[in-house]
Design a protein around this ligand. Structure first.
Ligand SMILES: [Zn+2]
Length: 281
């Protein structure tokens, strides 16, 4: 699933590739993808793309005073193609056909249709419920005192950091990297952190900035479908911890997993799957 760094590099590359390009037509082959109907998608015809940016994990494509707010969910991808999609491409959700023959395409892989888009007045984006509910951006990190406030909750850090209403942009991959960087257990509660631990966790958010820098240096102008993520811990169970050499462990849940270094994050304890999966609801 694309998280803050992946969506950031996507929108930067799209912004560079598409700014000032005119739209010929727009359509939504994905039956349930559009969550708004007024203005209709056809209202984009003849407009220019004025910018592509990111809010939390959501890309926003701007067309003057209209904006298309997109939620990629877990399997959505936004890319520009030199040619138009075949009508048989079942992954197509939204197609923005450009005057120069290219096409901005929202696709979604897999069988589920979860990705969505909303066409809004550009000045109404911040008031949209999906945006208004978001906590501050995880990167650039909020000021330390603001971060200390939002983290002061009796909830496990792993779900807390991924809860977009508290802090936006972090998902299941980067949360593992941030907690490893901060040397904190995913099962420590926000309200249990000492001042020093809060500072460490706050400082650890730099892994998101480092990831963006990595993508800037490695991702070509033409975005690939899949961006290899520079992860050190997530899904690396069995590998040696890059910092201390201990074996990285995992806790598996039905749809995801969390990885950690027992020596540095849980006081040497290897967490039991079953017990903790109940705890981490
Ligand atoms: Zn370690």
């Amino acid at each position: 699933m694309p998280e803050l760094p992946e969506v950031e590099i996507t929108t930067r590359r799209l912004d560079a590739a598409l700014s000032e390009t005119s739209v010929e037509s727009a359509l939504a082959p994905g039956m349930n993808v559009m969550k708004t109907f007024d203005p209709p998608l056809e209202a984009l015809s003849g407009r220019r793309i004025t910018g592509v940016r990111r809010i939390g994990k959501m890309p926003v494509v701007e067309f003057g005073d209209l904006a298309l707010l997109i939620h990629l969910m877990s399997a959505g991808r936004l890319r520009v193609f030199d040619k138009r999609a075949s009508s048989k491409d079942r992954a197509s959700r939204v197609l923005i056909r450009l005057d120069d023959g290219r096409e901005l395409r929202l696709r979604e892989f897999g069988t589920k249709q979860r990705a969505w888009a909303r066409l809004l007045a550009a000045d109404g984006v911040d008031e949209d419920e999906s945006v208004a509910r978001l906590g501050p951006e995880a990167w650039p990190a909020p000021p330390l005192d603001r971060f200390a406030e939002l983290i002061d909750q009796p909830r496990y850090l792993h779900p807390l950091l991924r809860h977009q209403a508290d802090i936006s942009g972090i998902g299941r991959s980067w949360v593992d990297e941030i907690l490893w960087e901060a040397m904190l257990s995913p099962f420590k509660k926000g309200s249990e952190l000492s001042d020093e631990e809060i500072e460490r966790l706050h400082a650890a958010l730099h892994v998101l900035g480092d990831a963006i820098d990595h993508y800037e240096a490695t991702i070509p102008e033409q975005l690939p479908d899949k961006v290899p993520m520079p992860l050190k811990i997530h899904k690396r169970e069995g590998d040696p911890c890059p910092r201390c050499g201990s074996t990285i462990e995992a806790v598996f849940f039905s749809e995801y997993q969390t990885n950690y270094c027992p020596k540095e994050q849980t006081g040497g304890r290897v967490l039991k799957d079953r017990r903790l999966s109940r705890l981490l609801k």
